[in-house]
Design a protein around this ligand. Sequence first.
Ligand SMILES: N[C@@H](CCC(=O)N[C@@H](CS)C(=O)NCC(=O)O)C(=O)O
Length: 210
Amino acid sequence: MRLYFFPIAPNPTRVRLLLEEKRSAGAEISIEEVPVDLSQGDQRRPEHLARNPFGSLPVLELDDGGHLIESEAILEYLEDRYPDPPLLGRDPEDRARTRQLEFIALLRVLMPIARLVHATRSPLGRPPNEELAKDARASLPAGLGFLDDALSDGRSFVAGARPTVADCTLAAALQVARFGGVEIDPSLRHLDRWSREFRERPSAKTVLVL
Ligand SMILES: N[C@@H](CCC(=O)N[C@@H](CS)C(=O)NCC(=O)O)C(=O)O
């Protein structure tokens, strides 16, 4: 299999973090990682559009040559193929709680941060848009505050005592915030503690560049 990615880009990053979490716990996973340079517009070249007509990353190329083009589908596929250690939850209730936190990290943190970065200093050259930036800025505190509150019981990871896909998604989101100069409210001290600790993990050290 091959994973097409670009460093910093948050959706490929959360997939790569999940893979590294599994590998660092002993899973043997052989997937070639192939960069597609978003800064050069390589996602719009015919060879990438043949993999994914939407021209986005990540793309997972399967051994039969087929492609998975949505990060959620890729994460689930990798979890099912390499179930040990489980990173999407260990039983139905745990899975629901883990996925809920992951989606809060995705929809209420990662996406507003990405919108804000693109509306202020887009690495893809999108024009500045103060209205969009204002909207994204306004929606961010609720998601960040919710996750800070979840972490306030001293848990090591977003969903509890073990790392999950929720950590991978949140770490990918906060990396883009650092890249784009988005300030995360420093009074969110539980989030800050989690972020510092998570970045010390081998998975994060392998994948994150900021
Ligand atoms: N819903 C898609 C979103 C993918 C996406 O927007 N990827 C960004 C990088 S994080 C991308 O490739 N952007 C390139 C572009 O918009 O040209 C997923 O979850 O995989």
